[in-house]
Design a protein around this ligand. Structure first.
Ligand code: SF4
Ligand code: SF4
Length: 128
């Protein structure tokens, strides 16, 4: 056990220093650039080549044709290992990894996402 004098000097060394921990979840946590969080699908870019599906090591993404040149993604966040391979494979940047990491759910069904033209945001640069 440390002597009280030594402990006090240790405490005094840290008085006035900023805390090493953050105040999350009371304050929003900023994720670093290139953080691999929740996957986002941009259907208006997708060409339906299926490379993402073929290259995914955990069979977490499926692309379905839902109309003439229209595609929908089914992404299972419960299976996804956030490796980023599908993003690398997509030659047209129809898949992006966001910084969203708050993905806890009470059941696995809530981790299955279907993303299509109706529920996918367009990036600002592509707005009409
Ligand atoms: S990030 Fe990896 S595991 Fe997740 S869908 Fe893409 S390729 Fe599959
Ligand atoms: S790799 Fe890209 S373009 Fe090809 S099916 Fe997947 S999301 Fe669509």
């Amino acid at each position: 056990m440390q002597r009280p004098g030594k402990m006090i000097s240790e405490v005094l060394k840290h008085v006035g220093k900023t805390p090493a921990t953050t105040n999350y979840p009371f304050e929003k946590a900023e994720m670093p650039e290139h953080f691999r969080g929740k996957l986002q699908f941009l259907p208006h870019r997708c060409k339906g080549c299926m490379l993402c599906t073929k290259d995914c090591p955990s069979e977490a993404i499926k692309i379905k044709k839902v109309g003439d040149k229209k595609f929908e993604a089914e992404i299972d966040l419960d299976r996804c290992i956030y490796c980023g391979q599908c993003v690398e494979s997509c030659f047209i940047q129809a898949l992006v990894m966001t910084t969203d990491f708050e993905l806890a759910a009470l059941n696995r069904e809530d981790l299955k996402m279907t993303i299509n033209e109706k529920n996918s945001p367009k990036p600002p640069a592509e707005e009409e």
